[in-house]
Design a protein. Structure first.
Length: 149
Protein backbone atom coordinates (compact mmCIF):
# COMPACT_ATOMS: atom_id res chain seq x y z
CA UNK A 1 0.00 0.00 0.00
CA UNK A 2 1.37 3.40 -1.01
CA UNK A 3 0.87 6.62 0.83
CA UNK A 4 0.24 9.70 -1.20
CA UNK A 5 0.71 13.20 -0.07
CA UNK A 6 -2.26 15.44 -0.37
CA UNK A 7 -1.65 18.08 -2.98
CA UNK A 8 -1.57 21.50 -1.36
CA UNK A 9 -4.16 23.97 -2.58
CA UNK A 10 -2.53 27.06 -4.09
CA UNK A 11 -5.06 29.88 -3.70
CA UNK A 12 -6.00 31.85 -6.78
CA UNK A 13 -5.53 35.61 -7.02
CA UNK A 14 -9.20 36.27 -6.26
CA UNK A 15 -9.09 33.94 -3.25
CA UNK A 16 -6.08 35.83 -1.91
CA UNK A 17 -7.84 39.18 -2.39
CA UNK A 18 -10.97 37.85 -0.63
CA UNK A 19 -8.75 36.75 2.25
CA UNK A 20 -7.42 40.28 2.57
CA UNK A 21 -10.96 41.61 2.98
CA UNK A 22 -11.28 39.41 6.08
CA UNK A 23 -8.20 41.17 7.53
CA UNK A 24 -9.83 44.60 7.19
CA UNK A 25 -8.39 45.68 3.84
CA UNK A 26 -10.64 47.34 1.28
CA UNK A 27 -10.02 46.15 -2.25
CA UNK A 28 -10.88 47.43 -5.69
CA UNK A 29 -9.86 46.34 -9.19
CA UNK A 30 -7.04 48.37 -10.74
CA UNK A 31 -6.92 46.92 -14.25
CA UNK A 32 -6.61 43.39 -15.55
CA UNK A 33 -4.83 41.17 -13.06
CA UNK A 34 -4.35 44.03 -10.56
CA UNK A 35 -6.04 45.10 -7.37
CA UNK A 36 -5.68 48.18 -5.20
CA UNK A 37 -5.58 47.44 -1.48
CA UNK A 38 -6.19 50.18 1.12
CA UNK A 39 -6.33 50.20 4.93
CA UNK A 40 -5.90 53.08 7.38
CA UNK A 41 -4.93 55.52 4.62
CA UNK A 42 -2.12 53.29 3.32
CA UNK A 43 -2.44 51.60 -0.06
CA UNK A 44 -0.62 49.37 -2.54
CA UNK A 45 -1.22 47.79 -5.93
CA UNK A 46 -1.02 43.99 -6.16
CA UNK A 47 -0.37 42.28 -9.48
CA UNK A 48 -1.33 38.72 -10.34
CA UNK A 49 1.50 36.55 -11.63
CA UNK A 50 0.13 33.16 -12.70
CA UNK A 51 2.03 30.25 -11.16
CA UNK A 52 3.83 32.53 -8.69
CA UNK A 53 3.08 34.60 -5.62
CA UNK A 54 1.42 37.94 -6.36
CA UNK A 55 3.71 40.97 -6.73
CA UNK A 56 3.14 43.78 -4.26
CA UNK A 57 4.20 47.21 -5.50
CA UNK A 58 5.56 49.73 -2.99
CA UNK A 59 3.06 50.64 -0.31
CA UNK A 60 2.45 54.29 0.47
CA UNK A 61 0.08 56.95 1.75
CA UNK A 62 -3.08 57.53 -0.29
CA UNK A 63 -3.11 61.10 -1.63
CA UNK A 64 -6.39 61.59 -3.46
CA UNK A 65 -6.55 58.76 -5.99
CA UNK A 66 -2.77 58.17 -6.04
CA UNK A 67 -0.35 56.36 -3.77
CA UNK A 68 2.44 58.58 -2.48
CA UNK A 69 5.86 57.10 -1.82
CA UNK A 70 8.09 57.98 1.12
CA UNK A 71 10.74 60.66 0.51
CA UNK A 72 13.49 61.49 3.00
CA UNK A 73 14.57 65.13 2.87
CA UNK A 74 17.00 64.89 5.77
CA UNK A 75 15.04 66.99 8.22
CA UNK A 76 11.69 65.24 7.70
CA UNK A 77 10.04 62.49 5.70
CA UNK A 78 7.31 63.30 3.17
CA UNK A 79 4.87 61.43 0.95
CA UNK A 80 5.16 62.27 -2.73
CA UNK A 81 2.60 61.18 -5.34
CA UNK A 82 3.44 60.54 -9.02
CA UNK A 83 1.73 63.83 -9.95
CA UNK A 84 3.90 65.77 -7.48
CA UNK A 85 1.51 66.22 -4.54
CA UNK A 86 3.31 66.10 -1.19
CA UNK A 87 2.27 65.67 2.43
CA UNK A 88 4.36 65.37 5.60
CA UNK A 89 4.79 61.82 6.91
CA UNK A 90 3.58 61.64 10.49
CA UNK A 91 4.52 59.00 13.06
CA UNK A 92 0.99 57.59 12.88
CA UNK A 93 1.37 57.18 9.10
CA UNK A 94 4.65 55.28 9.51
CA UNK A 95 3.13 52.96 12.15
CA UNK A 96 0.18 52.33 9.84
CA UNK A 97 2.63 51.61 6.98
CA UNK A 98 4.46 48.98 9.06
CA UNK A 99 1.23 47.29 10.14
CA UNK A 100 -0.12 47.42 6.57
CA UNK A 101 2.95 45.78 5.04
CA UNK A 102 3.19 43.02 7.66
CA UNK A 103 -0.52 42.17 7.54
CA UNK A 104 -0.53 42.28 3.73
CA UNK A 105 2.36 39.81 3.52
CA UNK A 106 0.67 37.51 6.02
CA UNK A 107 -2.67 37.72 4.21
CA UNK A 108 -1.09 36.92 0.83
CA UNK A 109 1.08 34.12 2.20
CA UNK A 110 4.32 35.93 1.32
CA UNK A 111 7.48 35.54 3.41
CA UNK A 112 8.15 38.27 5.95
CA UNK A 113 11.89 38.91 5.99
CA UNK A 114 13.64 40.12 9.12
CA UNK A 115 15.63 42.89 7.45
CA UNK A 116 12.48 44.32 5.84
CA UNK A 117 10.73 44.43 9.22
CA UNK A 118 13.38 46.49 11.02
CA UNK A 119 12.13 49.95 10.09
CA UNK A 120 10.95 52.38 7.49
CA UNK A 121 12.94 52.72 4.32
CA UNK A 122 12.57 55.70 2.02
CA UNK A 123 11.95 55.39 -1.69
CA UNK A 124 13.80 58.65 -2.45
CA UNK A 125 16.51 60.57 -0.60
CA UNK A 126 16.46 64.26 -1.44
CA UNK A 127 18.37 65.78 1.44
CA UNK A 128 21.71 66.81 0.02
CA UNK A 129 22.21 70.11 -1.72
CA UNK A 130 23.79 68.88 -4.92
CA UNK A 131 21.80 70.39 -7.76
CA UNK A 132 20.17 67.99 -10.23
CA UNK A 133 21.52 64.98 -8.32
CA UNK A 134 18.45 62.85 -8.97
CA UNK A 135 18.04 63.85 -12.61
CA UNK A 136 20.68 61.69 -14.23
CA UNK A 137 24.35 62.32 -14.75
CA UNK A 138 25.27 65.73 -13.45
CA UNK A 139 28.49 67.46 -14.37
CA UNK A 140 31.18 66.40 -11.93
CA UNK A 141 33.83 68.91 -10.82
CA UNK A 142 36.60 66.56 -11.91
CA UNK A 143 35.13 66.26 -15.42
CA UNK A 144 35.78 69.93 -16.21
CA UNK A 145 38.91 70.73 -18.16
CA UNK A 146 40.91 73.51 -16.59
CA UNK A 147 41.12 76.74 -18.49
CA UNK A 148 44.76 77.68 -19.02
CA UNK A 149 45.42 81.25 -20.07
Amino acid sequence: MFFRREKLHEPSFTERIDGLRKLGFSTSPAGSGKAQIIRDGIGAIIEDRPGQHPRVNKAGFVLGDEIGLLVNRGYQMFWKSPSGRTAPALATHLKALHAFEEDLKEGLGLPSLYNESLGTTSDLHLYDRVEHRDQGDANKPWDHKPVIS
